[in-house]
Design a protein around this ligand. Sequence first.
Ligand code: ZN
Length: 475
Amino acid sequence: MKIRCILSIILIGGISSSFAQVINKQTISSDNQTPLVGCASHELLLRLDDLNPGTLKKSNDYLKEVNADFQLAHSRATNEVYRIPVVFHVLYNNATENIPDSVFIQQMEILNNAYRRQNTDTVNMRPDFIDVVGDSKIEFYLATTDPNGGVTNGIIHKQTQVTNFGGVLPYGASQQAQIQQWVNDSLFYNYFSLTKDSLGGDDAWDTARYLNVWVGDLTILEPQFNNVEELVFFGLSTPPIAHANWPAATMQQFAGLGDGTLMHYKAIGPNNPAPFVGTYSGYNGIANTGKMLVHEVGHYLGLRHIWGDGACAEDDYVSDTPRANAASQYNCIKSTNSCVDTINGVDLPNMVENYMDYSAGNCQNSFTNGQAAVMRATIENFRDSVIVNSVQDTDFANEDMKLFPNPTSDNVRLEFREVLDKCTIQVLGLTGVVMNEIHLTHVKSTQVILPAVSGVYFIRVSSHSKMMTFKVVKR
Ligand SMILES: [Zn+2]
């Protein structure tokens, strides 16, 4: 057990520059029966920074800028609810790993309640934090249309020959340097194999249109320790920063790095038929109640861990989250105030109720307004296309645009009442297949080219959260 904990610490903290320091602290948790696992999103960000220096600074600078806007009440946040379509790719090697649709449907409820702060356990929030928590006004729904325009329920089940996507750690005790090298070179590549057909995973659906969540066995096997205990990350997400500009070598390093979230199949929930048991029950619900995906989507939308992945001096760059000197160890201790900070004039205690901590799942119930501002800014700055393409049920008014002539013998023209700063125009066939798609900015009018063949077509105009669909007859 002692060796197991050492290894766990190495894998969680060892990728960062404090690797040697972590080794020196290896005895700290030797008697702790709770394995030190968590999510690997921050480790991925650090590794990306190794490969593409400047990534972390760019990410930090972006968060500082958003936070400054938020503090000055110049946040771009509006009352508009952003709706993000989700597709789950379930990669299973055996029947146990093939988590049923019902679990994902319940997971979506947890996700939506969390991001709208409509979960019933918000009543447990301490009064200290009532002024800083809020509704992120972000919602998620299972995709109803696949990239080809076909009907889908947003959940793909696919069998794989890969038994565990964490791979095999071929090193043991006193081989720390090799272990770190293996993590750097192999672990993330192994994990992102989930995102590639050719590597036993499933190719992403257009990451500019969907939040892709891959679900599979993230276990890392350790034959050097007789696989004494599963070593696993619950999940990880790609950061929104600079993704499109990562050099090809970086992309290759991570099997193409499908943008989105990777989840261990046991951490999807609630009511997962194959939940964490035994030692992992020490996680007090974070991995069994659907809150791990809430946490991971927070990373996908730009959030850092609330303790800033370091001591008190390290920040998550969100002004209304109190600082902490470490992650909560899957507990719900409300008396801890590990760092001095001043939020609204108060030195708030550690916020174990926050989804971006590693506190007990049954303790987590909120995001802060500052975190909501980061996530909304991330959508607006980096993931806007997901929203533009996701609109479903909010329509333009009839007077907002007109299309003519209809019927037509050639093409048609669209005129808008006001200039649209950005919009997407799709031409769809009768079956819903997208036949043509154009993206325009600052548009007041435009020609829409129809297929040469006569027939009935649909033209779908979407801009931010609004949509209008026309039925056009071409003779
Ligand atoms: Zn995390």
